[in-house]
Design a protein around this ligand. Structure first.
Ligand code: NZQ
Ligand code: ZN
Length: 385
């Protein structure tokens, strides 16, 4: 096992009706900005539930944070926070609203042009406003991690930053929020969580027995509950297990002490920035061809994955690896997510541009061995057509 330093201060309040706990989680005298997305928080009644729980606290609202939150929109929230002297941020939504709120929290006290936060991976952040979240879409793990991904529309750039200062103080995880999700978002969330796990598991063995067993268990749960949820999304136990698995998939626990890949995510971010394809869908496109391309360097873990997650134990090594990559792709397809670029009308002519963007963003040595160069990314993209 590799050395590690694990820190996670986020308080999790889990379960039905737990939004009422906001009253004890936010100081009575706080001036709160409630940030949310397009219309779902209003339509589903979650926003009203939040306001009721906040009682007599001073509240300001900022709605309209879009999926793949934009720097342009978030800077409007930054202005409003400064003007109204807000001292607590509450994100009510999925990964986009939570990530956007983390950016606002860091951008308000930031000295300098806030886009620098994204250009420097959050390294220069010194202060941030306190924030909490009410999660409405299990997928990103943002509710219990220090990461944020923001898109600057004007230059079609999607960049991430990380800083422990933007860990949510608390996150409220009420599984009944899953009941109103469109099936497309359930599928995206299952696939995103799945690929968060594979990014931290499908690398090379370092005798991280704890991490491997945790990762394999979480993958088996997603394979089991994903298709069931599409048919029965108001099943509390399925929704609860989905929500908790998605959080554990990217709260740092399974990645501590093991190598990590993240190439699928980095290539996927360029596809979203250029074509607006949902984050989870980009991962379903890239992962199968990345595994195919990297099958030699990932051989040991692919065989372990085949055996412990998919119960594939017979056949030659080549046959088992072929079978497990095919199983992974068909799981994504079973969730209703097409797995080829051509399914999204993205053709060969776009590949040069995607490689150019990866290079422009410094994504030239990806993967657990820093060996996925632009030429390798090109081969993966061509294989994904
Ligand atoms: O905007 P509204 O109307 O609220 O609708 C949203 C949105 O259209 C809807 N939705 C959310 N909760 C709902 C609901 N609809 C009905 N009922 C509910 N309970 O779902 C749509 C998608 O929401 P979004 O927040 O964009 O989805 P997701 O949670 O998948 O977040 C995606 C973003 O997170 C980033 C992605 O790159 C992308 O920008 N990621 C963040 C990560 C992190 N912070 O660690 C890691 C991930 O790998 C990912 O990169
Ligand atoms: Zn993701």
């Amino acid at each position: 096992m590799l050395n590690f330093d694990y820190y996670n201060p986020t308080h999790i309040a889990f379960g039905k009706d737990s939004i009422a706990k906001l009253d004890t989680l936010i100081p009575q005298d706080a001036c709160v900005m409630v940030l949310y997305g397009g219309s779902s928080a209003k339509k589903t009644g979650t926003l009203d539930e939040v306001k009721t729980a906040l009682g007599s606290r001073k509240i300001h609202e900022f709605g309209g944070i879009e999926p793949n939150p934009s720097y342009e929109t978030l800077m409007q929230a930054v202005e409003q926070v400064k003007k109204e002297k807000i001292d607590f941020l509450l994100a009510v939504g999925g990964g986009s609203v939570i990530d956007g709120t983390k950016f606002v929290a860091a951008a308000v006290p930031y000295e300098g042009e806030p886009w620098e936060i994204l250009e420097t991976d959050g390294k220069k952040i010194k202060k941030a406003l306190p924030l909490g979240t009410v999660l409405t879409l299990p997928a990103t793990g943002s509710e219990m991690n220090p990461n944020s991904v923001v898109t600057r529309k004007s230059i079609k750039a999607k960049r991430a930053f990380h800083n422990k200062i933007v860990f949510p103080l608390f996150s409220i995880l009420d599984p009944t929020k899953v009941y109103t999700l469109p099936p497309r978002q359930i599928a995206n969330g299952i696939v995103d969580s799945f690929v968060h796990i594979t990014e931290q598991y499908l690398t090379y063995p370092v005798e991280g027995m704890v991490q491997d067993e945790f990762a394999e268990g979480l993958l088996r749960i997603l394979i089991n509950i994903g298709p069931k949820l599409l048919k029965d999304q108001k099943n509390y136990d399925l929704a609860a297990n989905f929500m908790w698995t998605a959080t554990l998939a990217l709260n740092g626990l399974i990645g501590a002490g093991v190598p990590q890949d993240w190439a699928t995510h980095m290539i996927g971010h360029e596809i979203t920035a250029a074509f607006g394809v949902d984050h989870g869908r980009t991962l379903a496109i890239i992962l199968p061809s990345l595994l195919q391309n990297q099958r030699q360097v990932k051989k040991d873990k692919l065989l372990q994955y085949a055996k412990n997650v998919w119960h594939i134990e017979s056949g030659s090594e080549k046959e088992r690896i072929d079978a497990v990559i095919a199983k992974t792709r068909s799981f994504f397809e079973e969730m209703g997510i097409p797995t080829h670029l051509s399914d999204y009308n993205i053709g060969k002519e776009s590949i040069d541009m995607l490689i150019h963007e990866l290079e422009a963003h410094g994504m030239t040595k990806l993967g657990e061995h820093n060996a996925i160069t632009p030429d390798v990314s090109r081969a993966i993209l061509i294989a994904s057509l």
